[in-house]
Design a binder for this molecule. Structure first.
Ligand SMILES: *Cc1c(COP(=O)(O)O)cnc(C)c1O
Length: 424
């Protein structure tokens, strides 16, 4: 059995250990929720303060040119591109994941309508993140199409001649299960189907290579593993094969080829810039830039490949310690054991008390979260995200120790842990 001393030794020889110092980790906290809101980088407060006090406060309107505000979506997008196997000038950091999904799904629908108008279905996973399904449903209503929801094992069989678009989240938010992006994209393309990938739980968490996978469209989140802060701008990527074929539907002036000519007609900018809509949140983009920099700081230590190796070691350790030490406490594993199918999180199931156990852990400084089951296939889960930039092996050991104590003592049954908050 792995001991606490073993874990301390693993941390001592971890080549990524120094990256932890780039983060403001509150004392007494083991933060296993970076998959929902990443930890604040230590560089962020000064950068945001400078953006506000000097750039806005002093340079005012000149900052659009002088301080590079106008180009920030591209500049931050180029940094994100390095994390997801995209080329320079192929990504913009802008809007939210939901809004970017609306844009790329619309563009994909336009392409399908032009190239294969008989195809009227979008296929997705029933357990996809709900906002993705809601956006797709709304667009289907507008465009006379149909959203077909399937279980992951039925995706391959659902790729028929009626399907225009396969829309998937690469790593499932609920189970941590990861698709083989290249294989699934190839299977879709073989049937003439476009692919839209949501990288919310992938960007900065697992290696992604959109170019090698020949994906068609992708969106992703700025405030999870990219550490961009609450409500950080998201990002959008379009395969250069498709970028200039259609307008995206939110054709605002920031996507215009020459916005400062103020012409009455819309002429989309070439390339990914057309995926911008209106004026961008510069203060939030500054914070996102700091967050993305924390991931790029890992490049000299092996980058996403090294982060992935550590992430798998952390999640393997968590799974084995939970199984050794909390045995017979009613916990199940919802996350795949196979490395090729696992993201950077581990989800445990429990018939009773999942929410309260998470609350009791939070009271002890071990921050994970809870996701309700659906009364059917999906049980209530305790969800733990492992961000290898700032989580260590000793943290994993201590988190499992707390989990064991919460279960053994029954403290989760206390009333204060059984009252639901608005945000779980
Ligand atoms: C977190 C997440 C989102 C969030 O969308 P917002 O527009 O930022 O609220 C969307 N999709 C998936 C798969 C996510 O995990």
């Amino acid at each position: 059995m792995t001991t606490l001393q073993d874990c301390i030794a693993l941390d001592a020889k971890d080549p990524l250990r120094a990256l932890r110092d780039l983060f403001n980790i509150p004392a007494g906290t083991i933060y296993l929720d970076g998959n929902s809101l990443g930890v604040m980088p230590t560089a962020t407060p000064a950068r945001v303060a400078d953006t506000v006090a000097r750039e806005w406060g002093t340079d005012l309107i000149q900052s659009w040119n002088k301080n590079g505000w106008f180009g920030m979506p591209q500049q931050v997008g180029d940094k994100i591109a390095r994390l997801i196997g995209a080329g320079a000038k192929e990504v913009v950091a802008t809007d939210s994941t939901s809004i970017n999904l609306f844009k790329v799904l619309s563009a994909a629908m336009n392409i399908a309508a032009a190239d294969a108008p008989q195809r009227k279905q979008i296929v997705s996973e029933r357990s996809n993140f709900p906002t993705d399904l809601y956006i797709a449903e709304a667009l289907c209503q507008q465009n006379g199409m149909e959203l077909v929801l399937v279980e992951p094992e039925d995706i391959a069989a659902s790729l028929t001649a009626n399907v225009a678009i396969l829309m998937l989240t690469h790593v499932n938010y609920r189970t941590g299960a990861m698709h083989d992006m290249a294989a699934v994209t190839a299977a879709a393309h073989a049937e003439g189907i476009l692919t839209v990938w949501d990288l919310a739980h992938s960007a900065g968490a697992v290696p992604v290579n959109l170019t090698a996978a020949k994906a068609d469209f992708a969106v992703g989140c700025g405030y999870k593993y990219l550490n961009g802060g609450p409500g950080a701008p998201a990002f959008v990527w379009v395969n250069p094969l498709h970028t200039d074929r259609f307008w995206q539907p939110l054709a605002g002036w920031w996507g215009h080829a020459t916005p400062f000519e103020f012409t009455p007609d819309y002429r989309p900018a070439p390339g990914i810039t057309r995926y911008q809509c209106g004026t961008q949140p510069i203060i939030s983009l500054a914070a996102l830039d700091c967050g993305v920099d924390t991931l790029l700081a890992a490049e000299i230590h092996g980058g996403m490949a090294a982060l992935r190796t550590k992430s798998l070691a952390l999640t393997d350790l968590f799974i084995s310690l939970v199984e050794e030490r909390c045995e017979a406490r009613g916990l199940g594993l919802a996350t795949p054991r196979d490395h090729a199918q696992r993201g950077s999180q581990v989800c445990l199931t429990r018939e009773e008390g999942a929410y309260a156990i998470v609350q009791a852990l939070i009271a002890r400084g071990v921050i994970g979260d809870y996701r309700a089951g659906d009364g059917g296939r999906h049980k209530d889960i305790l969800r733990f995200g492992f961000t290898p930039l700032y989580i260590g092996f000793e943290d994993v050991w201590n988190a499992v120790e707390h989990l064991c104590q919460v279960l053994e003592s029954g403290e989760w049954q206390r009333p204060e842990f059984n009252t639901k908050h608005a945000v779980t």
